[in-house]
Ligand binder design. Structure first.
Ligand code: GDP
Length: 524
């Protein structure tokens, strides 16, 4: 096997999708501890521990306590090189969160077993599903009383429409949590039992051979009954169906008590796909192709307040990235030497020397890159598929505070929109600017950057949540527009209605059944 092939096959690149508080930070920390990338729990987010402040680059991030280094984390485990890409939650949720999912090869979905599927998890899940990326589910917080495991599985199948295969099954829960019945490794892993006695092997029939105190518990018998039910009526295990994103393996555990995490990690690494060929506008590129290529999936601005630099996050897709190499930006045909590049480690930012498909490199950017740009090492100007545009849900009217600064205002808006930081709409007649975003943070970043990079202070007037629908029929005009269904244009002059809410949308549709409305990215 060539070294490049070997290296690519060792890469596992994923994002964690979850609703705030499900346990993403806790699980991430446990994984980083296993990988030796951090030495103490509580170091991933300053927000919670107050400890982590080594490189808070961006002012806004510092204020909010988000650390940029935690947006990509890398560690080695058992011969694999693991890259975890962060998907921020809460108010930090933005289009970047969605776009990050375009750069991973699999996703880990954490669900709080007491809450089941929550809104943000479902949205992120839909983006993964759309891309067909494999999803591994971790049912968290089993040390607390939660929903019945069968109910949780039914929820996954019914609400998310994905088939499930429980890799293990909880024996009790909450105060009576005894451990997990590991179907995959044919063993029982006991909760809060010393390392040397933690695992109990199972015999051919899937039972504990001989005497064991666990057998005295009624929960053991109940678990055996449920396992029998799963064996008879549940889905079969299929690594192919997992890789295709049609079946999700489900692991039960408790991130906080570090229970079931190592088993999860090891099984995940075995079944999660390594980097796969990626589509370009002219065919697929193999990750083992010797020619370097990658695409920009995220641009983070003003990381260093002393300079006005940004970092473009590049997902390597083929060949080998080497520091100082020359690349061509496919969109413009411009060549450049990449002398300053960064890789991401949990505790420090290290200069990257070499990276292969699956790895993420950060390039210092002075305004060269746009979201979705492809860079290549060779002569072929390939272009990876355009990243989808996500339907914004929050809107804001924006004007220049100082009328004398109109020029820099328009320049700033155009550039930030082009870069993909925010989406632009215009009112139907007067073409006043309306900004659209999927998360509030995008507006704050916009405002901050307009002031700092373009010297243009802005006035923002919130319009609140809207339901955006594109109109195919371009003969529609503002006779159909009202305060509850506002007709606007997107940046390509396509007509869009912004409805006050779902109810207003349905009302409009009933009144105007001939007007065809579309939502190019339905994640609701
Ligand atoms: P995030 O918002 O998804 O990153 O969630 P965190 O990892 O910060 O966890 C949210 C809260 O749930 C914290 O108070 C954690 O200590 C707690 N938590 C996380 N995992 C578990 C678990 O397995 N069991 C229990 N009981 N609490 C947990």
């Amino acid at each position: 096997m060539s070294t490049l092939k070997k290296e690519v096959q060792s890469r596992k690149t994923f994002a964690i999708i979850s609703h705030p508080d499900a346990g993403k930070t806790t699980l991430t920390e446990q994984l980083l501890l296993f990988g030796g990338a951090i030495r103490a729990a509580g170091t991933v987010k300053g927000k919670k521990s107050g400890k982590f402040a080594t490189s808070d680059w961006m002012e806004i991030e510092k204020q909010r306590g988000i650390s940029v280094t935690s947006s990509v984390m890398q560690f080695d485990y058992d011969g694999y090189r693991v890259n975890i890409l962060d998907t921020p939650g809460h108010q930090d949720f933005s289009e970047d969160t969605y776009r990050t999912l375009m750069a991973v090869d699999s996703a880990v979905m954490i669900i709080d077993a007491a809450k089941g599927i929550e809104a943000q998890t479902l949205k992120l899940f839909k983006v993964c599903k759309m891309r067909g990326i494999p999803i591994f589910t971790f049912m968290n917080k089993l040390d607390r009383q939660g929903k019945a495991p069968l109910e949780l599985l039914a929820e996954l199948e019914e609400v998310m429409g994905i088939e499930t295969y429980p890799m293990n099954w909880p024996i009790g829960m909450g105060k009576e949590f005894l451990g997990i019945y590991d179907r995959h490794h044919k063993r029982i892993e006991q909760f809060r039992v010393e390392e040397d006695q933690r695992f109990i092997p199972l015999n051919q029939d899937g039972e504990i051979e001989g005497d064991h105190s666990l057998k005295q518990s009624g929960l053991y018998d109940q678990t055996l009954e449920e396992i029998e039910l799963l064996n008879e009526a549940g889905n079969d295990f299929s690594s192919e169906r997992i890789a295709a994103g049609d079946l999700t393996p489900v692991f039960f555990g408790s991130a906080l008590t570090n229970f079931g995490v190592q088993t999860f990690l090891e099984t995940y690494l075995k079944y999660a796909p390594s980097p796969q060929p990626r589509k370009t506008t002219t065919g697929e590129i193999d990750p083992e192709n010797e020619e370097f290529s990658g695409f920009v999936f995220k641009i983070q601005a003003n990381m260093n307040p002393a300079h006005r630099d940004r970092i473009a996050f590049v997902r390597v897709c083929s060949g080998k990235f080497e520091r100082g190499m020359s690349v061509t930006l496919s969109r413009t045909g411009k060549s450049m030497k990449l002398s300053q590049s960064t890789s991401f480690l949990a505790e420090e930012r290290a200069t990257v020397e070499e990276a292969v498909s699956g790895d993420i490199v950060g390039l210092y950017d002075t305004g060269t890159y746009q979201i979705g740009d492809t860079i290549v090492g060779g002569k072929d100007k390939i272009q990876y598929e355009r990243l989808p545009q996500f339907t914004p849900e929050l809107f804001m009217k924006v004007t220049a505070k100082n009328v004398m600064k109109q020029k820099s205002f328009h320049k700033g808006v155009q550039q930030l929109v082009q870069e993909g930081a925010i989406q632009l709409f215009k009112t139907y007649r007067t073409e006043d600017y309306i900004l659209g975003a999927v998360g509030q943070l995008q507006f704050e970043v916009f405002e901050h950057r307009m002031k700092n990079e373009y010297n243009a202070e802005v006035l923002m007037e919130p319009m609140g949540n809207k339901v955006a629908r594109w109109v195919e029929d371009q003969t529609i005009d503002d006779r159909y527009s009202s305060s509850r269904s506002m007709l606007v244009k997107d940046r390509y002059d396509q007509l869009v209605f912004l409805y006050e809410n779902e109810f207003a949308l349905r009302w409009f549709q009933d009144k105007n059944p001939d007007i065809k409305l579309s939502n190019p990215m339905d994640l609701s």
